[in-house]
Design a protein around this ligand. Structure first.
Ligand code: FES
Length: 489
């Protein structure tokens, strides 16, 4: 537990000890003896006594307790950080003025209360208790403090008892980057971290008002209690993965392995997944042909405008098929189809390629209507082993894909230009999609930087792909699906 939180709790527990006398001599005295407990009465009564000091300390304790609470609650807000110099001044000046007021008024009231002239009138006006009544009030104060002390002791005894019993009902919690601890059932994961001295970020102090304590459960996610709707909403708001949880809300019941998403210095920790995971997936490289020649001499804003219109037109075909854009590469892009299995991935890539072909046709119609030159594209589609990982500094590492498959797909895309086709689709992808390739005339390509030749289907117009793969090639691209230039490749 951070020092400030410990101080806040300690101050909070001190308040009832100091407040008891004030409560009894005002609220209780007013109810029991009809005392007129106005400020002047209290100030005069406690001036120059231990009670006066106690009330001055109480004021400071409550004030510091409130300031810490307010700061812990609002410190994440930029406006609060900007206002801090003013707030610190107010936090100092307000209690200083309050104590100065008590200093002046207490002295005056005390003098009036015990002066022979004014005193009797004030005693009658405030209806001050008699000596036996005062004695009763003092006894009530002592009893109140004794009851509170007993309750506090009982709470401590229960806490220590549970702690003792808990050691017999402990469970293993392993942190990905160390250490491994024995937690006690019934505690939250954040409490387990704190009790065992494991540094754990918790900006709101474990009140469920931030998400900085969140962890990713890397092992045992199926055995933890379900999150509350509020926790689910908080995690959804920060796009947390499905196995993420708030440590201050999670009470593990079985052993788990977790990764703290944030380090205590506020930087992001690397998730295990960021180290890379291997998948066999389909990917698609796309490039706009003749982009440099087309945009030479154009104003940069016009180039940006054209590119965005182009991507707006074709990207929905990729995302609609279940793919995601791994990265934009100037006038091109790399898309990955991260679906459940190889077949689904390959089919999605084929769907996307066909969709792009159709979308491009419509986009070009618009360009022609605007008296602009239509756009030509080249696509390479391939399926193979990839590594998906986060590359970059820990707090700024976008996820990306790497591997020989990426290189080979890029070469396929480059080859489309030479062959004069819109797409080259590798045999590996077609087979993974379950397509009958016996009737297709694949070309064997030796690609630069790729160890083995790749056989691929050259597709002149991507929009004709569905018909081509269903064997209805005669009506779309001709009996021989290869362009003339590809036949001798
Ligand atoms: S510490 Fe803020 S939500 Fe857990």
């Amino acid at each position: 537990m951070p020092m400030t939180e410990m101080l806040q709790i300690a101050l909070g527990l001190t308040i009832p000890f100091f407040l008891m006398a004030h409560f009894v001599h005002t609220r209780v005295a007013a109810s029991a003896y009809d005392v007129n407990d106005r400020m002047g009465y209290i100030a005069g009564l406690i001036w120059n006594s231990t009670s006066g000091w106690n009330q001055a300390i109480l004021l400071l304790v409550v004030w510091v307790h409130a300031c810490i609470g307010l700061h812990m609650w609002l410190r994440v807000l930029p406006a609060w950080r900007r206002a801090q110099p003013v707030m610190v001044s107010l936090a100092t000046l307000i209690p200083a003025f309050a104590l100065a007021g008590f200093l002046v008024q207490g002295r005056i009231q005390y003098a009036r209360l015990f002066s022979p002239d004014e005193g009797p009138g004030l005693v009658a006006r405030y209806n001050m208790p008699s000596l036996p009544e005062f004695q009763t009030l003092i006894e009530l104060t002592t009893q109140g403090i004794a009851i509170f002390t007993a309750l506090l002791g009982l709470t401590l005894a229960i806490f220590l008892g549970r702690k003792y019993l808990g050691t017999r009902k402990s469970l293993r919690i392993r942190y990905v980057d160390g250490p491994e601890i024995q937690g006690r059932r019934g505690m939250t994961l954040l409490e387990m971290s704190r009790v065992t001295g494991v540094p754990h970020m918790a900006l709101c102090g474990g009140r469920g008002r931030c998400t900085t304590c969140r962890v990713v459960i890397e092992d045992g996610a199926d055995n933890v209690p379900q999150p509350s709707p509020q926790e689910t909403a908080s995690l959804r708001a920060v796009n947390a993965p499905p196995n993420a949880r708030l440590a201050c809300q999670l009470r593990p019941t079985e052993p788990i392995t977790v990764l703290r998403v944030f380090r205590t210095d506020g930087r992001r920790a690397r998730a295990h997944e960021s180290l890379g995971k291997e998948r066999r997936l389909a990917i698609l490289f796309l490039d706009m042909r003749g982009f440099t020649a087309r945009t030479t001499g154009q104003l940069p804003y016009d180039v940006v405008f054209l590119l965005n219109r182009f991507f707006d037109a074709i990207v929905p075909s990729i995302t609609g098929a279940g793919g995601t854009i791994d990265k934009y590469l100037g006038d091109g892009l790399l898309a990955v189809f991260e679906l459940g299995d190889e077949r689904a991935s390959a089919l999605a890539a084929l769907d996307a390629a066909a969709g792009i072909g159709s979308a491009l046709h419509i986009f070009n119609q618009t360009l022609i209507a605007e008296k602009a030159r239509p756009v030509a594209i080249g696509m390479g589609l391939h399926l193979g082993d990839l590594v998906l990982g986060e590359i970059g500094a820990a707090d700024n590492a976008p996820r990306t894909i790497i591997g020989d498959t990426v290189n080979a797909t890029s070469r396929l895309e480059a080859k489309t230009k030479e062959l004069g086709v819109e797409a080259l689709i590798s045999r590996a992808l077609l087979e993974a999609a379950g397509k009958d390739i016996t009737s297709l005339d694949l070309v064997e390509l030796q690609l630069r930087g790729v160890a083995h030749p790749i056989s691929a289907l050259a597709v002149e117009k991507a929009a004709t792909l569905p018909a081509l793969l269903s064997g209805d090639a005669g009506t779309t691209q001709g009996a021989d699906n290869r362009p003339a230039s590809a036949s001798g490749a």
